[in-house]
Each structure stands twice: as structure tokens, then as C-alpha cells.
Design a protein around this ligand. Structure first.
Ligand code: COA
Length: 388
């Protein structure tokens, strides 16, 4: 298997982007990544794009070929493939691109992720997202994602004594990080009190415990590591890639406070990278709801099971802590255009490892981890990256 590096990244601003079309978002993120990588169309062997539900959000399917078209590559007839795995669609697209280079089939691959979620109303967006849960056992009975994660949260509180205040502190931290990310949907600090008093969505999760409904796109250029220096002097290597699956519905799980797919995907990535959780300097984890970040830092092996809330109290995951988590603002503050999220996490890891993260730069960042979840944990993808 060959080593693979990221040689270029591009991002649109995340948010309610009424003035930009789906096509414009794809083109903007893709062209930024291509310019950053200093490649041309003739260098590209394949395109992969992650999108969860472009058909229902903007009535457009068949977006693999569309990405090639809006990028101006139609006449090059580059193989272009869409990948779907709910909110993990973006990191699945990264992994498909990664595998195609590692296998020796491709040398240079452009990966994109996109979702434009605000063209439909709030309740329709909730309904579309719920299609990634188990329709027969969850969505049909009204269990939307805020409700499903609320069940995980109340169980975590019952089993381990986790408090609503500890959940709220995750949101406060991620909004504080979002202040320093010019691409974030929310670049505003929030107080603990405002999170605690926010409108209840599904107990114990209030409005400020939830990631928002977002528009946005992200793109990265992957390249065989031994050819990367031909294009850039700052490649960042993917040293571990793991993926795992689990039941769609919560009730089929061994333990609803543990995302076993995260545990397995992380194990696969750590083994390949030959590192342990202690070697990770910073991480972008899937905080679609505040409880999800607490479960993630436990399931990734950073913190003992059940102690995630205490770790938040002890500020281990803040910018100044021993393991900064979600330096970009995470899904909570940066925004969560679902298909783009996994790709945007790789953009953040790359910027950090290139020492280009500006005011949110993690000092001496050497190894970073990205963790992306589809649904409530039926699909999980973990990537580990290191500067070259
Ligand atoms: N965090 C912070 N602020 C938020 C927010 C969030 N998650 N969601 C909305 N807001 C803000 C809006 O910007 C708006 O502010 P303004 O009045 O200053 O413009 C205000 O709150 C009301 O926004 P609105 O769009 O009316 O909220 P809503 O009640 O329709 O939606 C949620 C709120 C939490 C239900 C919605 O954001 C949501 O469904 N989030 C979860 C998305 C999800 O499930 N993703 C997949 C995860 S697996």
C-alpha cells in the first residue's frame, strides 16, 4: 500500500448562504483546493464527492458528474463518483479517494463534500436528516436526531453522573474556538448561562447543545506521498484511516453510550498509524450534539469511559488544555452542512499541521485526528494525519 498526502485544501464559509447556489459552493471549494495544490485538470485521476441528501435538499442527484462539470473538467472525462453515508459522507469520500491512491490505481484525486440544507424549511430539514436514522424503528415514531442524541445523553447522565452543565461547557468551548475561524457559521462566544437557559429541543439538549442547519462545501486534493513534493512543499500525510459500521437504530446496540463503530474505526486507524491516543496532539470530533463530543473523546480512547464530563470540567479539551478538541469550532459553531463536514475536518487538520491555523493554531501540532459520524453511529470514520 502506498502512502497518501493532502496537498491542497479549500473551504467555503459555512452558514445560511442564500446568495450562493449548490453549484457555486462546489466550484468555490474545489477551485480553492486545486489552486492551493497547484495542480491542473490534466493531473487529476479521479473525483469523489460526499453528499448526504442533495436530492431532497436541492432536488439535484447525480452530483459526481456535476462536480466535474462545474469544475470545468467535463472535456477531460475524469471518473467522478458520489459517496453517501449520512453525516459521514464527506469522510467516506476522503477514504475512497485515499484507498484509490493507496492501492496504486490513482496518483492525484480531488475530494469534495457539500450540503445546502437551508433551501428547505426547518421541519423539512429535520425530516430529511431523520432519513439517516432507522425509519421503521425510530423516525416513524418521531425520534428525530435531537431526540435520539437526547436518549444517549440521559443514559450517560444516569450511568456516569454527567450533568447538563458539562454538556453546556462543550458548546461554550466550541463557540469560543469558532470566534477564531473566519469560515465558521457562528463566530460568537456564548455564556454557560445562555446555553443552560436556551429553548429546550429534546431534554437535556437545548438549542445551544445542537449543531445548526448549514450550507457549505469543502475540498481537499490527495496525492501519492512520493509524488506530493512535485506540487507542494507542505504536504500532510494521512497515516491512518479507519471505518466501521453498526446498527442504524440505537436499540440494537450493545451500549447506547458507546459508539462501537467509533471504537472499531479508531482501532483500525491507530493500528495503521502505529500510534496510541496519547500520541494525538489535537482532534476534530463529531459534535453534532454536545453529548456526541463527550462520547467521542471516550470512544476514541482519550478519556476513560464515563469520565468525559469530568474531562470537560477539567478543561482538558480547550485550546490551552492537553488535548484541544474542535479547534475549528466543531460542528456546533463552525456549522454542519452534513456532506461537507468530514472533508472540512481534514481541511482543519491540514491547516493545523501546516501551522496555518492563525489565531486558533495549536502549538507544536504534530499529529491530528479527525472523527466523523453518520447518523447516531451507524457509520464512523477516523483519520490520523501527520506533517511531512
Ligand atoms: N446553535 C446556535 N444557534 C442556533 C442554532 C444552533 N444549533 N440553530 C439556530 N440557531 C439560531 C439561529 O441563527 C436564529 O438566530 P437569529 O434569531 O439571531 O437569526 C435562532 O437560533 C432561531 O433559529 P431557527 O432556525 O428558527 O431555529 P430552529 O428552531 O428552526 O432550529 C434546531 C434549531 C436546533 C432545531 C436546528 O438547528 C437543528 O435541527 N439542529 C440539529 C441539526 C441536526 O440534527 N443535524 C444532524 C445531526 S446527526
Amino acid at each position: 500500500m502506498r502512502d497518501v498526502a493532502v496537498i491542497g485544501v479549500g473551504l467555503t464559509k459555512f452558514g445560511e448562504l442564500w446568495d450562493k447556489s449548490f453549484r457555486q459552493l462546489i466550484a468555490e471549494a474545489g477551485s480553492k483546493a486545486i489552486l492551493d495544490a497547484k495542480i491542473e485538470g490534466k493531473d487529476i485521476d479521479a473525483l469523489y464527492v460526499g453528499s448526504m441528501s442533495s436530492g431532497r435538499f436541492v432536488d439535484q442527484e447525480h452530483i459526481g458528474a456535476l462536480v466535474a462539470e462545474v469544475s470545468g473538467f467535463s472535456q477531460l472525462h475524469i471518473p467522478a463518483t458520489r459517496v453517501e453515508g449520512a453525516c459521514a459522507s464527506g469522510s467516506l469520500a476522503i477514504r475512497e479517494g485515499y484507498l484509490s491512491i493507496a492501492s496504486g490505481i490513482n496518483d492525484v484525486v480531488v475530494v469534495g463534500g457539500i450540503e445546502k440544507m437551508n433551501d428547505v424549511g426547518g421541519s423539512e430539514a429535520t425530516d430529511i436528516l431523520a432519513a439517516a436514522s432507522d425509519q421503521e424503528w425510530e423516525a416513524f415514531f418521531g425520534a428525530t436526531f435531537p431526540g435520539i442524541y437526547a436518549m444517549i445523553a440521559t443514559r450517560h447522565m444516569h450511568e456516569y453522573g454527567t450533568t447538563k452543565q458539562q454538556l453546556a461547557q462543550v458548546a461554550v468551548k466550541n463557540h469560543a474556538n469558532g470566534v477564531n475561524n473566519p469560515y465558521a457559521q457562528y463566530q460568537s462566544a456564548i455564556s454557560l448561562e445562555s446555553v443552560m437557559k436556551a429553548t429546550m429541543v429534546a431534554y437535556p439538549l437545548g438549542l445551544m447543545d445542537c449543531s445548526p442547519v448549514s450550507d457549505g462545501a469543502a475540498s481537499v486534493v490527495l496525492c501519492a506521498a512520493d509524488k506530493a513534493k512535485k506540487f507542494t512543499d507542505k504536504p500532510v500525510k494521512i497515516i491512518g484511516s479507519g471505518q466501521a459500521s453498526d446498527t442504524l437504530a440505537l436499540h440494537g446496540r450493545r451500549d447506547i453510550c458507546t459508539l462501537d463503530a467509533t471504537v472499531h474505526a479508531a482501532k483500525m486507524a491507530y493500528n495503521q498509524a502505529n500510534v496510541t491516543p496519547k500520541d494525538i496532539d489535537f482532534a476534530e470530533v463529531h459534535d453534532c450534539f454536545t453529548i456526541a463530543e463527550i462520547c467521542a473523546i471516550e470512544d476514541l480512547g482519550f478519556i476513560e469511559k464515563g469520565k468525559g464530563g469530568t474531562a470537560i470540567d477539567n478543561k482538558i479539551t480547550t485550546m490551552d488544555g492537553s488535548l484541544p478538541v474542535n479547534t475549528s469550532g466543531g460542528l456546533k459553531a463552525k456549522g454542519h452542512p452534513v456532506g461537507a463536514t468530514g472533508v472540512a475536518q481534514i481541511v482543519e487538520l491540514t491547516l493545523q499541521l501546516r501551522n496555518e491555523a492563525g489565531k486558533r493554531q495549536v502549538k507544536d501540532a504534530r499529529i491530528g485526528l479527525a472523527h466523523n459520524v453518520g447518523g447516531s453511529g451507524a457509520t464512523c470514520v477516523v483519520h490520523i494525519m501527520e506533517g511531512m
